[in-house]
Design a protein around this ligand. Structure first.
Ligand code: ATP
Ligand code: K
Ligand code: MG
Length: 680
């Protein structure tokens, strides 16, 4: 499981990011980031001043100073753009690989008369029927309507072991770009050109449609307001300086402004978000939005579907258990009759087991029968024969109700047999012909390994796990115990799954849901974080805002950590950035005004070489801190499982106090170097 894709930063990614850093200087792109846009405006003005030093007002600072400020500002912009481009780089590289998978294939379109016509895969529309044989690539997304095959999904999941897919049930969806390894399948196309899973995956990993999350928008607004406030502060300094007879030329004012506005977080903000999304992808989880990843960081409750999520979901008939007074043979035949037209994997497994026990059926006998298909609502399936005979199998309580409504009696040992199966974690299905119950089918399923430990970790993070299943309470209790969830809800219909999510949400909790079935789709859509298993149905995958390519429900643990890490990283670097700006203020102002106001000497703890040196040193520090923080922005601040309050206190301490101290040291060092080299 959990195959972590190891794709580190390659030389190509770094060199591409260097080129992109220049491309991103385009003001139309830049304007989306107000803080850095102000820096860009300042850069342009200092460029003009480098050419015509007296363009706006007569100044005696000299061309060299203007040129120095211009270059430092330009590098500030390039460093910020580089951070963003680097964060985007891995996704872009991955998108290129996926695009190769998408290369044009020919598909065998099934015609009305049953013959095939070769058409390019890009021309397939919703509703088309195609046949795919062993060795061929599945041309686009769809659902298997005939056949059973092993599918190599490595192109998408990176997992080399093939998976079995078959018509009917929760394992019938196939993805374009994967390959049929053995046998053949007939597939009904479910997406129009350009809307396939692979298309969505490509635009996701390359961040083409990346939207700012509400948190990011709020922070961007805050940063813009801070920028405005600092602009006012700088403008009011002009009359003050005039009064004190201190010369404040334009380049100095721009440099001061850039030092004071939150350029560090302004420059790294989008890189932090993109890197967070990318880290989720490295865990083989596709997140449809950054908002979902952030929500994962704050999840209180996790609701899980049982079959196909906690268990593997290949519920197979393993035994037929007749009630008293019914022979084994009669029971087997009743189970077979109830399942001959049931196309779900459960139904087919009953037919298979009956076959092994020597029973078979004649197609003709059931030609006229009405099929009663299984639904999660009725929790029954079966046949209505022409003579009026009703054959049913289904959840024991559902069959009991059905029999009671027909005036039949319940065999005395039914409960005991069903409970025995349920206590072993199996699913009992009662079988009835008209008003008589014949016995119970024992459906076996296997719990996925390693869940208990992972659920315990979620518990340590303060996340409650609830299993929600359509199965009976006894089976649910057994599986819940085996899997180690905190709580369970049994005999749940699709609307009960939604209701349980809404209930938690109304208590102000953020809810995650993992599921795989079509009946989970509404709940996946309702949850704040909906994680669909890749093994599941198309409907589930479409409703969810995340898909786990490894179909491992505990993957949510990793997503939660990444979400928390993303929120913490953003908070930590914002704290650091603002603390930095305040420190810079105290470094520069005394140095600038010391000659005019010797009383400031007490504040001049840095003792910088000259006002110019103070400004240039602060500006250089302001620029280089961005690339120095890129690793933290990309990797994220390490998340430790501790209470939110303690975590906050810890980060304010490290990044707040660090943010004040680091610039003092950094600026002093740069000042010493500039002075030592006789630059200022
Ligand atoms: N083919 C079938 N025919 C008749 N009854 C079935 C069939 N498959 C399942 N059932 C019964 O219906 C119940 C609900 O099945 P379903 O697969 O919808 O569960 P669910 O709501 O998805 O929950 P989970 O997947 O967690 O078990 C099962 O527990 C079983 O008793
Ligand atoms: K700054
Ligand atoms: Mg299910």
């Amino acid at each position: 499981m959990a195959t972590e894709r190891k794709k580190t930063l390659t030389k190509e990614i770094v060199s591409q990011a260097s080129i992109d850093a220049f491309k991103k200087l385009n003001p139309a792109v830049m304007v989306k980031n107000p803080v850095m846009f102000i820096v860009e405006v300042g850069t342009v003005i200092t460029l003009l001043l480098s050419i015509w030093p007296d363009l706006f007002i007569v100044s005696d600072v000299g061309r060299g100073y203007n040129i120095a400020v211009f270059f430092i500002l330009l590098f500030t912009l390039l460093f910020a753009n580089f951070a963003e481009a680097l964060a985007e780089g891995r996704g872009k590289a991955q998108a290129d690989t996926l695009r190769k998978t998408k290369s044009e294939t020919m598909a065998k379109l099934v015609q009305k008369d049953g013959s095939f016509k070769q058409v390019p895969s890009t021309q397939l529309k919703k509703g088309d029927i195609v046949r795919v044989d062993a060795g061929e690539m599945i041309p686009t997304d769809g659902e298997i309507i005939e056949g059973l095959a092993s599918i190599d999904e490595s192109a998408i999941t990176g997992e080399s072991a093939p998976v079995i897919k078959e018509a009917g049930g929760d394992f019938s969806s196939v993805t374009g770009g994967t390959r049929v390894a053995s046998d053949y399948i007939v597939v009904k196309v479910m997406t129009d050109p350009g809307e396939s899973f692979l298309d969505r995956m490509i635009s996701l990993v390359e961040g083409a449609k990346r939207q700012k999350t509400p948190n990011e928008i709020a922070l961007t607004t805050l940063l813009a307001v801070l920028t405005l406030i600092f602009m006012i502060v700088i403008i009011t300094m002009v009359p003050m300086a005039q009064y004190l007879n201190v010369q404040l030329d334009l380049a100095t004012l721009i440099a001061l402004l850039v030092c004071l506005i939150p350029t560090t977080i302004g420059g790294l903000l989008s890189a932090i978000g993109i890197a967070g999304m990318d880290r989720v992808t490295q865990f083989n989880v596709l997140a449809m939005s950054g908002k979902a990843v952030e929500a994962a960081g704050d999840i209180d409750t996790l609701i899980l579907d049982k079959t196909g999520t906690i268990t593997y979901g290949n519920r197979m008939a393993s035994e037929f258990l007749p009630v008293k007074g019914v022979s084994s043979k009669e029971m087997t035949f009743a189970a077979l009759k109830a399942s001959v037209k049931d196309e779900t994997p459960e139904g087919r497994s009953v037919v298979e087991l009956a076959g092994k026990l020597g029973d078979s059926w004649a197609e003709d006998e059931y030609r006229e029968a009405d099929v009663v298909e299984f639904t999660a609502e009725t929790r029954m399936s079966g046949l209505n024969l022409p003579g009026g005979i009703q054959i049913r199998k289904g959840a024991v309580d559902a069959i009991k109700k059905h029999i009671a409504s027909k005036g039949g009696s319940i065999p005395s040992d039914l409960e005991e047999i069903a409970n025995r199966i349920a206590k072993a974690g199996g699913t009992p299905l009662a079988v009835a012909v008209d008003e008589r119950i014949y016995g119970v089918i024992y459906l076996k399923d296997t719990v996925k390994p390693g869940l208990k430990e992972r659920f315990a970790e979620l518990r340590a993070m303060g996340i409650k796990t609830i299993m929600c299943t359509g199965d009976n309470p006894l089976t649910a209790a057994t599986i819940a115990l085996e899997a180690g969830v905190d709580d369970f809800i049994a005999e749940a219909k699709p609307e009960d799954k939604i209701a349980s999510i809404k209930k938690e949400q109304q208590e102000g909790k953020l809810v995650a849901m993992t599921g795989d079935g079509t009946n989970d789709a509404p709940a996946l859509a309702q949850a704040d974080v909906g994680l669909a298993m890749n093994s599941g149905t198309m409907a589930a995958k479409e409703a969810a805002n995340m898909i786990d390519l490894d179909s491992d429900p505990t993957k949510l643990l990793s997503v939660v950590s990444i979400g928390k890490q993303l929120l913490i990283t953003r908070g930590a670097l914002t704290t650091f950035s603002i603390a930095n700006d305040i420190a810079k203020y105290f470094a520069i102002i005394p140095a600038m005004f010391i000659l005019a106001m010797p009383q400031l000497e007490a504040l001049n703890i840095m003792n910088l070489a000259s006002p110019k040196s103070a400004i240039l040193s602060a500006l250089i520090f302001n620029a280089v801190i961005i690339p120095l923080l890129i690793p933290i922005a990309m990797k994220g601040v390490k998340y430790r499982a501790m209470s939110a309050d303690r975590l906050l206190a810890r980060n304010v301490l490290i990044y707040g106090i660090g943010g004040v101290i680091v610039p003092f040291i950094g600026i002093k060092l740069i000042d010493l170097v500039l002075y030592g080299l006789h630059i200022v």
